[in-house]
Design a protein around this ligand. Structure first.
Ligand code: SAH
Length: 212
């Protein structure tokens, strides 16, 4: 159930869905998603769907992880330092960490931050800084970022996130009311203006403020 063949099948499915960045596909072939879910769900880990991780949250669907990663990596400037808002299980974090120099990841649920920190350490992933913080404010101490990936959806795009993008940087974020969200790619141009693209309809858990 967790063999490399089931992983290969999933990667084939991602290709058919339009994921074309070979760097992303290769990393997702290697990272074992079953390591990021509880025992009872391991047999489901290579299905192309979101799964529960406790605290009313989910590990994102593999297609969405691939789409967001491809979008944040796809600009004209190198993507070296990336902020992730919504650590959750740490799966998207691990995918990013395999592709960029440093990942900064913030989570508002303390128990999830702590379990993700332990999980990534046990997988020997070392280029990640974990923060227990409200990511709607970004993470100012380490800004600016070449890329920002937000794995929870709100009704608007927090201005702090746009402000913390480096020139040429890209923000990938689901936006819209529950049931009608779409994934947006916002690029900050070298002149400081922004360009927005719609990457299609998505369903994410809510982006909430404060910490618990
Ligand atoms: N990338 C994660 C997705 C987890 S679901 C994974 O693949 O497992 C989204 C996560 O965003 C949840 O853990 C939720 O607690 C967190 N979240 C929601 N609003 C947040 C905020 N304002 N700041 C930080 N994390 C937030």
């Amino acid at each position: 159930m967790t063999s490399s063949r089931v992983r290969e099948n999933l990667i084939q499915e991602l290709r058919l869905q339009g994921i074309h960045d070979e760097r992303v596909l290769e990393v997702m072939t290697k990272i074992e998603r079953h390591q990021f879910v509880e025992e009872a769900l391991k047999s489901e880990a290579y299905k192309n769907r979101a799964l529960p991780i406790g605290h009313a949250q989910t590990i994102s669907q593999p297609y969405i992880v691939a789409l967001m990663t491809q979008a944040v990596m796809g600009g004209a400037t190198p993507t070296k330092r990336v902020l992730e808002v919504g650590t959750g299980s740490g799966y998207q974090t691990a995918v990013l960490a395999a592709l960029v120099e440093t990942v900064f990841t913030v989570e508002r649920i303390r128990a999830l931050t702590e379990s993700a920190r332990l999980r990534l350490a046990s997988l020997n992933i070392r280029n990640v800084h974990f923060g227990y913080a409200d990511g709607t404010l970004g993470w100012p101490p380490y800004a600016p970022y070449d890329g920002i990936v937000v794995t929870a959806g709100g009704t608007e795009i927090p201005q702090a996130l746009i402000d913390q993008l480096a020139p040429g940087g890209r923000l990938v974020i689901p936006v819209g009311p529950t049931g009608a969200q779409s994934l947006r790619l916002i690029e900050r141009t070298m002149r400081g203006t922004t360009v927005e693209q719609d990457l299609g309809g998505v369903t994410f858990v809510p982006l909430l403020t404060g910490k618990v």
